[in-house]
Design a protein around this ligand. Structure first.
Ligand code: MN
Length: 251
């Protein structure tokens, strides 16, 4: 088995090192990761400048681009003749849950893998008391071992979040909902000009069955995701709106 490992915290991050190490115990591992932190880069693809790939050591490469670039460079480049069976991303420093998955470079790398017909798992670790990347990496290995015994669909995407402390078990979850209380901070620079900083404290809606609830209660959360963003409920239920739009005579 061959596993491609990537992340958005950068090729020198501890979470990547621990995950790659754990995967080498069960598979042949190739690492292609951004040369610096690319957190919150989302599903961004670099099209307007050239990309460079550096070989750091055997099976380890860095790319001066996003996680999505890395998956492309790996699949179309170093792994072209020997495609991976699975792509794993992480372990991210900090959770990627609920609405935040669309910002996440960690999760987007997994989405990109799916676009290349490759099953993928994104791993993130809550920051807090008891934080331990090595323990999470070991759980990640156990989880991937289970997956490798299955016949995985090409669009399998599991978003895994580990609680900071040792997890009490695994829960199969859906995405939670969070709101930011404050989003843009306005300040003045030394020249008296305004600058802005996007920040804020996340506030989660308490809902049962969500990733947030699982991690809050000390469980590892596993959320199956899908790249198809179609709202199938509206597709079926918004008949009046559909009718108005489909009968709109465009001038
Ligand atoms: Mn990150």
């Amino acid at each position: 088995m061959r596993i491609l490992v990537t992340n958005d915290d950068g090729v020198f991050s501890e979470g990547l090192k621990c995950l790659a190490q754990a995967m080498t115990e069960i598979a042949e591992v190739v690492v292609v990761a951004p040369d610096r932190e690319q957190s919150a880069s989302g599903h961004s693809l670099t099209l307007h400048r050239p990309l460079r790939m550096r070989r750091l050591r055997e099976h380890w490469y860095s790319v001066d681009g996003t996680p999505t670039d890395c998956v492309n460079m790996a699949v179309q480049g170093v792994l072209k003749e020997a495609p991976p069976d699975l792509v794993v991303s992480g372990i991210n420093y900090g959770v990627n849950m609920g609405d935040d998955v669309t910002y996440s470079g960690t999760v987007s790398a997994a989405f990109e893998a799916n676009m290349h017909q490759l099953p993928a798992v994104a791993f993130s670790q809550e920051v807090g008391e008891g934080f331990d990347f090595e323990r999470s990496a070991s759980f990640a290995r156990e989880l991937v071992e289970v997956l490798t015994r299955e016949d995985l669909p090409q669009d399998l995407l599991l978003n895994v979040n580990f609680p900071a402390e040792r997890c009490r078990g695994i829960r199969w979850t859906r995405l939670g909902k969070r709101y930011y209380q404050q989003t843009v901070v306005e300040k003045l620079d030394p020249m008296g000009r305004k600058y802005y900083w996007i920040a804020g404290t996340p506030r989660w809606e308490s809902q049962s069955g969500t990733d947030h609830e699982a991690v809050t209660e000390g469980f590892a959360s596993v959320t199956p995701l899908h790249l198809d963003l179609t709202d199938y409920r509206s597709l079926e239920e918004s008949a009046p709106l559909r009718d108005r739009l489909e009968h709109l005579e465009l001038r």
